[in-house]
Design a protein around this ligand. Sequence first.
Ligand code: HEC
Ligand code: HEC
Length: 196
Amino acid sequence: MILKIASWRPLALGLAVAGLFAAPLAAQTMPLADRVAVCAGCHGEGGNSAMENIPSLAGQPDFFVMNQLILMREGVRPVEAMSSFVKELKDDEIVALADHFSKLKPVRSDEKIDPALVARGAALATRLRCASCHLPALTGQQQMPRLAGQRVDYMLYAMKAFRDNARAGADTQMTAVIFGASDADLEALAHYAASK
Ligand code: HEC
Ligand code: HEC
């Protein structure tokens, strides 16, 4: 009995000491759950955005999220709404965030999808070969984002920015694909992609 009690003491002490040493380390890197809670304020619970012009992150390829966060942190793709959150992110936090969002289930927003625009968008998407990069189910790969289930308003906003050279740090392949497309074309493409 005495032996048992004695054997617990060093363990309890050991834990307390470990706690002391762990405290300053933990203060440098915010726990992933706390970071994710900040992201959720704009990108939605579970990474599915309910806010106009803010993209959903759920189910994005991890490489895409990593790449964009680095572009944002380095100021190559400046996003004012996010600048104070990204500038303090360490590389390993970016990797953890990308892994987290890539594993969440995408859920389509409650925006109205117009079937006539979907049909028009499908024909355009075939002609412009969107699937060659974003994959046939538009789920994305590597640095190419998932479009399936993404918000219509955000995709329309993003494609206009690519077309009009208004997005700093944009991938020029994407800009080239939709060069010369009309607003109506882009709207049809956004409805089609969101419907997938
Ligand atoms: C205050 C609101 C806000 C917060 C908080 C926020 N974001 Fe964003 N985020 C935005 C907006 C707005 C955009 C779109 C910017 C644009 O395209 O002009 C964006 C874009 C992104 C993109 C690019 C996605 C795409 O499809 O192009 C990623 C990745 C991203 N945010 C990750 C994060 C992560 C991770 C966090 C938490 C650490 C976070 N964001 C916190 C507002 C926010
Ligand atoms: C040659 C490859 C390629 C093709 C073809 C292509 N894309 Fe992209 N697309 C990209 C890349 C790469 C990005 C990421 C852009 C960046 O990093 O700036 C992107 C980004 C996007 C985005 C922004 C989404 C977001 O969450 O930020 C939309 C919307 C989009 N593409 C739609 C389309 C549509 C619709 C088509 C067909 C008309 C298409 N793409 C064809 C490579 C391509």
